[in-house]
Design a binder for this molecule. Structure first.
Ligand SMILES: Cc1cc2nc3c(=O)[nH]c(=O)nc-3n(C[C@H](O)[C@H](O)[C@H](O)COP(=O)(O)O)c2cc1C
Length: 309
């Protein structure tokens, strides 16, 4: 069977499928469980400097085509997160990406510094500048403008020795340009995409919004074409790896988004549909396809579509 192991930003992953931020990556035990079930790496949910309450319930709504969530990045703060990471990191069997978030630019720096002080550090930081609910002083996520995206990248770059991936929003018209600005400001990788929208649904009988927050970020199979296009555009604009995320729901789709430009593949909502059997099923599907095509090194398929006329 084809070996699925590959490198991203100098780090070796046993396979390209990485648990996306905010899905199950909450405790040291849950990190280890996903890896045991076959995840090639783990991303934590977004970690705040101070405890962050998130939004009121109901915060999630799912259909066979998409999920809508307004969890609101609830978190117990960086001190608690460092404890949980300490449960996993010394005996880790696959890399861990710590996802960080801040309401103000300086908060990103403070969290990066707190993580830098750990004896056993995560393998990479992922910088969430794209949550639909976290805005700069002009009312937009930092990822919506090249200048603010680059500024946050540069702040984190100065605060850590770890590789940094900047997580971008699909809700822009120039994602390639924004990714390039992040690379120029010191990013080692780009994660794309965060949720789409936000979207809104209503209950026509009760005449109430389905989510207490009224709006929520859209994820799952319906956003896969948007993710493939975003990854394709970013690949043409940068020379750093992409953690391709958004709607991936099978091993074949993981291969497709890698061929569009992803080195790693973030998997989020698919875990709600398939449970943690997803990892084994999808990696087998990937390995079988590569074997059938006679490809022994999976990194050969990264960006393959760009070689076609
Ligand atoms: C319930 C839920 C919580 C999420 N929480 C976070 C988060 O804390 N930080 C973040 O950067 N992205 C978060 N995301 C976005 C995912 O990491 C991912 O970018 C997005 O859902 C698209 O991938 P998917 O379609 O495979 O889920 C969350 C998504 C969902 C569904």
């Amino acid at each position: 069977m084809t070996n699925l192991s590959l490198k991203c930003s100098g780090i070796t992953f046993p396979n390209p499928l990485v648990l996306a931020s905010g899905i199950l990556g909450v405790t040291g035990a849950s990190f280890a469980h996903s890896v045991k079930k076959g995840a090639g790496g783990i991303t934590t949910k977004s970690l705040w400097k101070n405890p962050h309450p998130g939004h009121k319930n109901p915060t999630m709504f799912g259909t066979p085509e998409y999920f809508m969530n307004a969890v609101g990045l609830s978190d117990a703060g960086i001190t608690k997160a460092v404890e949980e990471l300490g449960q996993y990191l010394p005996t880790r069997k696959a890399p861990l990406i710590a996802n960080i978030v801040g309401g103000k630019k300086e908060e990103f720096r403070d969290i990066a510094i707190a993580i830098e002080a750990m004896t056993e550090k995560p393998d990479m930081l992922e910088v969430n500048i794209s949550c639909p609910n976290v805005e700069d002083e002009f009312g937009k996520p930092f990822a919506c403008e090249t200048a603010t995206a680059a500024e946050v990248t540069s702040i984190v770059r100065k605060a850590t020795t770890l590789p940094i991936a900047i997580k971008l929003s699909p809700n822009v018209t120039n994602i390639g340009k924004i990714a390039r600005a992040c690379q120029d400001a010191g990013a080692d990788a780009i994660t794309a995409i965060n949720t789409v929208g936000p979207g809104m649904r209503w209950n026509i009988d009760l005449k109430t919004p389905i989510l207490a927050n009224r709006v929520g970020g859209v994820s799952g199979p319906a956003i896969f074409p948007i993710a493939v296009k975003a990854v394709y555009d970013i690949y043409q604009s940068v020379d750093i790896p992409i953690i391709a995320t958004g709607g991936v729901n099978s091993g074949r789709e993981a291969l497709e988004i890698m061929m569009a430009g992803g080195t790693l593949v973030g998997v989020g909502t698919a875990i709600y549909y398939h449970g943690d059997d997803f990892w084994e099923k999808a990696t087998k599907e990937m390995a079988d396809w590569l074997t059938k095509e006679g490809i022994t090194d999976i990194s050969e398929i990264v960006g393959l579509f760009h070689q076609l006329k």
